[in-house]
Unconditional design. Structure first.
Length: 245
């Protein structure tokens, strides 16, 4: 997108949070990365000034949050973790975290004992890489880790210490919305329930600021309803639907 810095700042003041989704964009050099850098800094500044503004990163978005804070993509390593549904290995910090605060004890048990969290990534952040950078250890708390098929450990859930920033290497949305039989996505009641709780948490965080559009016309022009999704499930098992802008 060729959005200008002024347009991006104006849009930032009109929305209540940002979700960086999974995908295949470059975290080395891309328009996506440059826009994300601006959003990351705007969110930091807003929160520093008492304006509560949440960020959430899923999969690539999780990696993005780590790259933006560390200032380098060299923290990323290769992992054998595509099409891989597994339970989370919680750290001691998980129970007192904000990210998992809306989960019941039963829900936390589901997350830690059932193959619910769907991973679909080739890259990630190892605990050793994370610990090697004070810019990360002083900014984020690790809430869970996992091991890929080859036994290599990667970080799977984080939250910022002083900011409402959250990252998960796994895909909560796939449990509810991606129904291809070509991938091992868990659609059990437990899986859908934990995914919905993640969504409820993010929305509850977004409700904590009063950002709004300056006019109803601007708001309506910006809504996703202006675009029609294309059903791509017949030609690709990656996504059921895609938006083309």
């Amino acid at each position: 997108n060729n959005i200008t810095q002024d347009e991006l700042k104006d849009l930032f003041g009109s929305i209540n949070g940002v979700l960086f989704p999974g995908g295949g964009s470059s975290l080395v050099e891309s328009a996506y990365l440059e826009v994300a850098k601006t959003i990351f800094e705007l969110a930091k500044q807003a929160n520093d000034e008492g304006d509560y503004f949440p960020l959430w990163g899923t999969c690539l978005g999780f990696q993005l949050l780590c790259v933006l804070q560390s200032g380098t993509n060299h923290i990323l390593s290769s992992f054998d973790s595509e099409d891989y549904s597994i339970p989370l290995n919680f750290t001691d910090a998980a129970n007192a975290s904000r990210l998992f605060s809306m989960y019941t004890p039963e829900g936390m048990d589901w997350l830690s004992s059932e193959p619910i969290t769907m991973n679909n990534h080739q890259y990630g952040v190892s605990p050793d890489s994370f610990k090697s950078m004070s810019s990360l250890t002083e900014f984020y708390t690790v809430l869970s880790t996992n091991f890929d098929r080859k036994g290599s450990e990667f970080i799977s859930s984080i939250e910022a210490i002083h900011y409402p920033f959250y990252g998960v290497q796994w895909h909560p949305e796939k449990n509810i919305f991606e129904w291809t039989t070509a991938e091992s996505i868990n659609h059990s009641y437990h899986a859908v329930s934990i995914a919905q709780t993640a969504a409820n948490f993010l929305v509850s965080e977004a409700r904590k600021n009063e950002h709004h559009f300056t006019s109803e016309e601007k708001e309506m022009d910006s809504l996703i309803y202006n675009y029609e999704p294309t059903y791509t499930g017949k030609v690709s098992h990656s996504f059921e639907q895609e938006y083309e802008f």
